[in-house]
Design a protein around this ligand. Structure first.
Ligand code: AOF
Ligand code: ZN
Length: 357
C-alpha cells in the first residue's frame, strides 16, 4: 500500500478533479505489476496495473492492492470492479473507500458478491490524506481550503511600514511554488496582489500553473496587473454591484473571466466564491493573502489546513498580524488546529496544521 501511495502521487497536478490512485499486483509474495492514474479522463490505476501483467494465469493467483476503492460505475471508463472480477483476481486490498456517490461502497459490494476476498482500511488515514481534497469536495460540497502564511516568530506578516519582502528565505519560496503546483487554484485578494505585485504562478520549480482566483470586490486592480498575465488562467470575483460597470467592461475586453457575487460584512461572500469554484470542479484552493481574508476564513470555519512558514525574526507588536481581529474572547472559542510534525525549510520552519472541527 505504501507503494500504491507512492505511485498515486505521480499523478499529482495531472488528475484533478479525479483522485490520485496507485495500484500494485502481488503474486506469491512478489510484485508482478503496477500502475497509477496518470491523467484526468485516462485509464484508472487498476486498469494500468492489470495491463502491466501480461499473463492471465498469474493474475488469477494474485492480490491487487489499491489506495482507493475500485469503481463500480460507467464513467469515462468502464468499472474497475468488473475488470477485476473478469480477470479472476481472488483478493483485493483497499486503502480507503470512495466518497464519490456513484461508487461509495458499491465497488466493494460488487467484488464481494462475485466472491473476491476484500480487505479494507489498510493505511486508511494515509490514503484519505493523499486525497484530502477529493474527500473534502465530496463530503462538504466545497473545495479543500489551505492557507499559506509567511510570518515572523511573533506571527507578523509585514512590518509597521507594510513591508513584507522578504520575510522567509529562498528555500521557503521554492516550497511555496511546489505547493502551488499541487493545488487546483491559488486565491488572493486585491490589496495583497497590489502590494506584492503578485503573479501567483509557478516559477521556481517545474509544474503546471493553478487557476488564479482574485477577489477584488470593487474591481480596483489595473487590468495590466501581472496577475492577469496570460501565462495562466485567472478568475476574477467582484461584487454584484459591479456587474456591467465600465471597469467590468475593461476586464471583459482583455478576456478576463469575471464572477459577480454578493458582498458580506468583511468583503465578498466567501461561501459563494467557494460554491462557484466547486461548480467548476476545483477540488483544492491555496489561499495566499493578507490578515483580513485569513481572519474571514477562520471566522467562517472555512479553513481546512494551514501552512505556516515561520522566519526566525521578530517584528514586534506594531507590525501587521497574520490574522485580523477574530473576536475570540475565551480560549475555548478559538479556531483550533492539530499540528503535523514541524520541518525545517532552509532557515525557516514549516508548520502544517489541520483544523479540528
Ligand atoms: C480515477 N482514477 O484510478 C480511480 C478512480 O470518470 P471516470 O470514469 O474517470 O471515473 C472517475 C471516478 O472513478 C472518480 O471520481 C473515482 O470515484 C473513481 N476512481 N478514478 O480517476 C482511478 N480508481
Ligand atoms: Zn476505476
Amino acid at each position: 500500500m505504501v507503494r500504491c501511495l507512492e505511485l498515486a502521487r505521480q499523478g499529482a497536478g495531472a488528475v484533478s478533479p479525479n483522485p490520485m490512485v496507485g495500484s500494485v499486483i502481488v503474486c506469491d509474495g512478489e510484485v508482478v505489476g503496477e500502475g497509477y492514474h496518470e491523467a484526468f479522463g485516462g485509464p484508472h490505476a487498476e486498469v494500468n496495473a492489470i495491463a502491466s501483467v501480461g499473463d492471465g494465469a498469474v493474475l488469477r493467483r494474485s492480490t491487487l492492492y489499491v489506495n482507493l476503492e475500485p469503481c463500480s460505475h460507467h464513467g469515462k471508463t468502464p468499472p474497475c470492479a468488473d475488470l477485476i472480477v473478469e480477470k479472476g483476481i481472488r483478493r483485493v486490498v483497499i486503502g480507503c473507500g470512495d466518497p464519490n456517490p456513484q461508487v461509495a461502497g458499491r465497488g466493494v459490494a460488487k467484488l464481494r458478491s462475485a466472491g473476491v476476498e476484500v480487505l479494507e482500511g489498510v493505511l486508511e488515514a494515509e490514503s484519505k490524506r493523499l486525497n484530502e481534497a477529493f474527500m473534502t469536495s465530496h463530503a462538504e460540497g466545497r473545495p479543500f481550503v489551505a492557507l499559506k502564511l509567511a510570518e515572523t516568530l511573533d506571527g507578523r506578516i509585514a512590518t509597521a511600514d507594510g513591508q513584507s519582502k522578504w520575510i522567509t528565505g529562498d528555500a521557503a519560496r521554492l516550497e511555496v511554488h511546489r505547493l502551488r503546483c499541487s493545488y487546483d487554484a491559488v486565491l488572493s485578494g486585491a490589496a495583497t496582489i497590489r502590494a506584492d505585485g503578485s503573479r501567483l504562478t509557478v516559477r521556481h520549480c517545474a509544474g503546471r500553473n493553478p487557476l488564479r482566483v482574485v477577489l477584488d470586490p470593487s474591481l480596483s486592480l489595473s487590468p495590466d496587473a501581472p496577475v492577469f498575465g496570460d501565462e495562466a488562467k485567472t478568475l476574477l470575483f467582484a461584487s454584484q454591484s459591479m456587474e456591467g460597470s465600465p471597469s467590468a467592461l475593461r476586464y471583459a475586453a482583455i478576456g478576463v473571466e469575471m464572477v459577480f457575487v454578493e458582498e458580506g460584512t468583511g468583503g465578498l461572500d466567501l461561501r459563494a466564491v467557494l460554491d462557484e469554484l466547486h461548480r467548476r470542479q476545483v477540488l483544492s484552493v491555496l489561499v495566499e493573502s493578507g490578515g483580513r481574508l485569513s481572519a474571514s476564513l477562520a471566522r467562517e470555519r472555512l479553513l481546512d489546513k494551514l501552512y505556516m512558514f515561520i522566519a526566525p525574526k521578530l517584528f514586534g507588536g506594531d507590525a501587521l498580524a497574520s490574522f485580523a481581529p477574530l473576536g475570540v474572547s475565551s480560549p475555548d472559542e478559538a479556531p483550533a488546529f492539530r499540528f503535523e510534525p514541524p520541518r525545517l525549510v532552509g532557515e525557516d520552519v514549516l508548520l502544517e496544521a489541520y483544523t479540528v472541527r
